[in-house]
Write a protein of this length. Structure first.
Length: 378
């Protein structure tokens, strides 16, 4: 064979080997894809199995889920479950619970007064916030496990210290530190407080494989806020953990529905919204892009007009945009301006009368002077 035919054969072999190599790479990628899918499927199935072992099939919209909870509760009661014996303190009779009562009885939530809560261990003065929060790792985990069957609504964490609620930014930082402790010691290793998308739609707080709705209350909030703390101890602020399954008991409709029957509320969801509005404590009604269990729901700004708080960012890492002038100072300044305006308006209204009165006094003084001068002359 000629040199040209040999070169052509070599080129053909090179091309063929290149195609085979590409085919092997593609087959390898497909195999990796199947392996990854298998791992994800296994993890999902394993989690579903773990949850099913606890409460049975998860069907939040139907009777199956509630029946599973009732069955779990019956089993716990028959087993003689005693929270005080299990925890070493009575979670329904603690100083934390007593100090939270003004909020529980004062809020406009129609379910609050009859709600069943566990509360945190008594706060130990002289210990750090993180140390005190860590003492409640076992109580919160046990609560999330047994509350399904015993029909409990929430776990209450009290944070003591006036410095933690001096303003909304200090309060947000205290909440961040507390949730970080729980997240670092999450038995499911979800570590939700360390996720990159915290603050975006799709994030929620979770602990021990349970999605949790988190709200917070502090004395720094004004009366017009749904997070107003009423007459609670000024040294206390609170974080309330409500597992998502607790809402199944109340037959609440999807909280993400933005449409509200304000004039004729029928559903429980609408009644709650209307009650808060009538009390002058409006809150953000979820829209299409708003996640009611997302990060922005955990710590709310002081007013509806205020920018959202990035409470999950440590204070020393926040920029000026993320950490504006204290809203407490802004509210104080607004109140001063309002009082100043009222005083000015009142002064303008009273000015003609004052002028008339001054003129009358001036005439009287003149008359007195004339009488006095006449008397001296005589």
């Amino acid at each position: 064979p000629s040199d040209s035919s040999i070169s052509l054969c070599c080129l053909s072999l090179d091309i063929m080997s290149g195609w085979w190599l590409l085919l092997y790479v593609l087959l390898g990628l497909v195999a990796l894809g199947f392996a990854f899918f298998g791992v994800v499927l296994y993890a999902v199935r394993r989690r579903q199995k773990m949850l099913a072992e606890k409460v049975g099939p998860l069907d939040l919209t139907g009777k199956t889920f509630r029946n599973a909870l009732k069955k779990k509760g019956k089993e716990l009661k028959e087993a003689g479950f005693d929270a005080e014996e299990a925890l070493g303190y009575d979670p329904e009779a603690t100083p934390s619970y007593e100090r939270f009562l003004p909020i529980k009885l004062g809020t406009q939530c129609i379910f609050a007064k009859g709600s069943k809560l566990w509360a945190s261990k008594p706060w130990v003065e002289g210990k750090s916030l993180e140390w005190n929060v860590a003492q409640n790792l076992v109580p919160l985990e046990l609560f999330l496990d047994v509350a399904k069957g015993l029909h409990y609504d929430g776990f209450l964490l009290e944070i003591r210290g006036k410095e933690h609620s001096s303003d909304v930014h200090a309060f947000g930082d205290a909440v961040r530190r507390a949730l970080t402790v729980f997240s670092e010691h999450d038995p499911s290793r979800a570590r939700c407080m360390f996720r990159s998308y915290i603050g975006k739609t799709g994030w929620w707080f979770e602990h021990a494989n349970e999605p949790v709705f988190v709200t917070s209350f502090a004395r720094c909030y004004p009366k017009t806020s749904p997070r107003y703390a009423f007459d609670c101890d000024e040294n206390s602020c609170f974080i309330l953990f409500q597992p998502e399954y607790s809402f199944a008991w109340k037959d609440l409709e999807d909280a993400r529905i933005p449409v509200t029957q304000w004039d004729n509320p029928v559903s429980a969801r609408d009644k709650v919204r209307v009650a808060f509005k009538n009390a002058g404590r409006n809150y953000v009604v979820p829209g299409v892009a708003y996640d009611p269990i997302g990060a922005h729901q955990v710590v709310r700004p002081l007013t509806l007009q205020s920018p959202e708080l990035k409470w999950w960012v440590p204070l020393d890492e926040q920029t000026e945009d993320e950490f504006p002038v204290s809203e407490v100072e802004l509210i104080k300044e607004a109140l001063k301006n309002e009082r100043r305006a009222v005083t000015t308006e009142k002064g303008e209204k009273d000015a003609p009368e004052k002028k008339k009165k001054d003129e009358g006094n001036s005439v009287k003084d003149e008359a007195k002077v004339n009488v006095s001068g006449k008397a001296k002359t005589e």
